[in-house]
Design a protein around this ligand. Structure first.
Ligand SMILES: NC(=O)c1ccc[n+]([C@@H]2O[C@H](COP(=O)([O-])OP(=O)(O)OC[C@H]3O[C@@H](n4cnc5c(N)ncnc54)[C@H](O)[C@@H]3O)[C@@H](O)[C@H]2O)c1
Length: 245
């Protein structure tokens, strides 16, 4: 049930960190992966790494803050692969600006990338998934969106909280179309985004920071048929730092 042979997966943010790990894990399970990123060099490195270990991958440039760029990505992938089965919305930015220093520009940029970008990528992939009457969308939110991140700016926390709501709204709309929509909420994961922040395992029940692969494994579960009756849900990958009741 977990086999992704014959499926095409687009991973935004596939040029680095968690997105790169998602590309690698989905490819290991048989998917043809499109590493899509504003950083084409990083995306190309991801694709080369996967190809070198025998997997199927290619790179594409996208700016998820631009509607036309997203439309072009979906069209390009569909023309090349014939179908789009999985979308992982992983591209994002972090901004640690404190509340008194927050500006309209910083707020709007964050929303345009993290929140609107996640929605637009999902909206633009839907016609292609609808054609196949199946598909899986996995959005990367954050613990910051659940608890109000103490290390992230309020704009970041709001954008990730927004993704939690977008996921549920999409899941309700997409269920009858055979398309599942879920999200993964990472806690503190060691990547370029958090490098230099001085994160420590304090308060994490498992006593360590997370890895990109820890997150990618949860994404794989939600992208594959292993999660065939799951939609509108969130998997927390945080080492037990935040536990729900
Ligand atoms: N690292 C963590 O602790 C952590 C925790 C919770 C959530 N997340 C989320 O996981 C996702 C991946 O983060 P990461 O830690 O791997 O960071 P990262 O900086 O390594 O990767 C982010 C990627 O997104 C790309 N990107 C940024 N803006 C883009 C745009 N406009 N269009 C297309 N691509 C764009 C970047 O080029 C980069 O390759 C993000 O959404 C982040 O918010 C990370």
């Amino acid at each position: 049930m977990g086999n992704l042979d014959g499926r095409t997966a687009i991973v935004t943010g596939g040029g680095s960190g968690i997105g790169r790990a998602c590309c690698e894990v989905l490819a290991e399970h048989g998917a043809e992966v499109v590493a899509a990123d504003i950083n084409l060099k990083g995306a190309a490195e991801t694709a080369e790494k996967i190809q070198a270990s025998g997997g199927k991958a290619w790179a594409a440039e996208v700016n998820i803050a631009e509607e036309a760029s997203i439309e072009n990505l979906m069209k390009q992938v569909h023309e090349k692969s014939g179908h789009i089965d999985i979308l992982v919305n992983c591209a994002g930015i972090l901004d640690p600006t404190r509340i008194p220093d927050m500006t309209v520009e910083r707020w709007d940029r964050m929303m345009a990338i993290n929140l609107r970008g996640t929605f637009l990528c999902s909206q633009k992939v839907l016609p292609y998934m609808e054609k196949e009457k199946k598909g899986a969308i996995v959005n990367i939110t954050s613990q910051a969106g659940q608890v109000g991140g103490w290390k992230a700016g309020i704009n970041y926390s709001a954008s990730k909280g927004g993704i939690l709501a977008v996921t549920k709204a999409l899941a309700r709309y997409c269920g009858p179309l055979g398309i599942r929509v879920n999200d993964v909420a990472p806690g503190q994961i060691a990547t370029a985004m958090t490098a230099g922040r001085g994160d420590t395992p304090e308060g994490i029940a498992l006593g360590r920071l997370g890895t990109a692969v820890d997150v990618a494994n949860a994404v794989y579960f939600l992208a594959s048929d292993l999660s065939s009756f799951c939609t509108g849900m969130t998997i927390d990958v945080n080492g037990g730092e935040f536990m729900r009741s």
